[in-house]
Design a protein around this ligand. Structure first.
Ligand code: ASP
Length: 431
């Protein structure tokens, strides 16, 4: 059976098991005995992310051998990321204005939501405080580690490790080949080992997603709180799904002549994992493995475009931030002018870049979008109850956008593998 079917079955069984345990009043059993397996699964994925980034970027750059090619690819990657994110935000704004989801929340629901989740909202608002008090150039400063080994021990410092790996890869190209040979061979071997470890981890993915989803279901908040949020949630979901099924497939076909079936067949396990973990960073190893070994993006392009994308390119998060900001403004009876809405395109694009690739990070950075637009930050409490499922979906969009970029850039540089050379048994851990 194909891996994505196994993962899907794990997800469905996890949801069913979660509901059953809920009915039987056994929430604690799930938290104590099932959830830990989900946590182990996420940990093991995160564990492999740093070695993968280091090995794959260094190997990719060393293989490219050509400095001008690297800078050209870098420029294209950043341009794609900025454009696709700005398009996603604009699309979100358009949808929120057409649907007007705020008009579906009555005064009673608004008061209940604000009261129930004000504590949770305060935690997020405080988390955003640090980002707000710094210089606008702080993200640039944060990219450069002052201690490489410290950065490598902190999953939040992925961008710093990417920075070092790029520098290392470039230096490797610049030294004589007889000296670089051994180092390149070492990282190339390490890269293969890491990819094999990912295959082994994915072998346990069905169990991992089962545990994650079962744990999620028993933690769902009271359904009565969700009724006013249905239209808002549908607006976000429709926007995200249109990006996934219309926008990216169109780009892939136009720029790389890759059809949706090939794309989804290759990427589905990574997308299902993004959905189950709500973390682009935890999904990154699988995104890279699927993009290179199943979709056919050459390692040289994928190794550079995907880790960068996982940390800074978040179309799904940006679209969600736009809809959420407009929704909160609507519920709080705040009229936003056209120019204020246009400013949201800029702030949500930047806020999504600044969002960490972990669950719930998009909501922290939403605080900054709200503040810029003059919308009370306490309004964050309104969307709390429904945030997790939307986070799951936006993470799928985030990694799909990264992969689309990798394909388009690789195809522009002639770095797509011939599909007939791809190994259909690549997901078999013994192959
Ligand atoms: N969970 C998202 C990701 O990892 C970020 C977010 O929107 O919260 O891509």
């Amino acid at each position: 059976m194909k891996l994505h079917w196994k993962i899907l079955i794990g997800m469905v069984l996890g949801v069913a098991f979660g509901f059953l345990m809920n009915q039987m009043g056994q929430k604690e059993f799930v938290s104590d005995w099932v959830k830990p397996f989900g946590t182990i699964f996420i940990n093991v994925l995160k564990m492999i992310a740093m070695p993968l980034i280091l090995a794959s970027i260094i190997t990719g750059l060393a293989d490219l051998k050509d400095f001008s090619k690297i800078s050209k690819m870098g420029g294209k990657t950043i341009a794609y990321y900025l454009c696709s994110t700005a398009i996603a935000v604009s699309f979100g704004l358009l949808l929120a204005n057409i649907v007007n989801p705020g008009s579906f929340v009555n005064d009673g629901a608004r008061t209940t939501l604000l009261e129930t989740f004000s504590g949770d909202a305060t935690v997020k608002i405080e988390a955003a405080q640090a980002a707000r008090e710094t210089s606008p150039l702080q993200p640039l400063v944060d990219m450069v580690p002052d201690n490489l080994f410290f950065a490598m021990t902190n999953n939040g410092s992925m961008l710093q490790v990417i920075f070092f790996a790029i520098l290392f890869g470039i230096a490797l190209i610049l030294i004589p080949e007889e000296k670089s040979k051994g180092v390149t061979a070492f990282f190339s071997g390490l890269n293969d080992v890491v990819l094999k470890i990912i295959d082994i981890i994915m072998f346990t993915a069905p169990l991992g997603v089962f545990s994650l989803l079962a744990a999620l279901i028993v933690e769902i908040p009271d359904a009565s709180l969700l009724s006013g949020l249905v239209v808002y949630a549908i607006t976000v979901a429709v926007g995200l799904l249109l990006m996934l099924f219309l926008f990216y497939p169109t780009l892939l076909y136009l720029f790389a002549r890759i059809g949706p079936v090939r794309f989804f067949k290759a990427m589905m396990p990574a997308q299902l994992l993004a959905f189950s973990t709500s973390s682009s960073a935890a999904t990154l190893p699988v995104t890279m493995e699927r993009a290179t070994e199943h979709l056919g993006v050459d390692d040289d392009a994928a190794s550079f475009v995907l880790p960068l994308g996982a940390t800074i390119n978040m179309d799904g998060t940006a679209l969600y931030q736009a809809v959420a900001a407009i929704f909160i403004a609507q519920v709080m009876n705040i009229d936003l002018t056209i120019s204020e809405q246009l400013m949201i395109i800029v702030t949500a694009t930047l806020a999504s870049i600044g969002s960490a690739a972990v669950p719930g990070a998009g909501m922290v950075m939403l605080v900054i979008v709200l503040a810029q637009a003059g919308i009370p930050e306490a309004g964050l409490a309104l969307i709390f109850a429904i945030d997790r499922p939307l986070d799951m979906l936006r993470t799928v969009i985030n990694i799909s956008s990264d992969t689309t970029a990798a394909v388009i850039i690789a195809s522009g540089e002639g770095l797509m593998k011939d599909p007939s050379t791809l190994d259909p048994y690549a997901e078999d851990i013994l192959s």
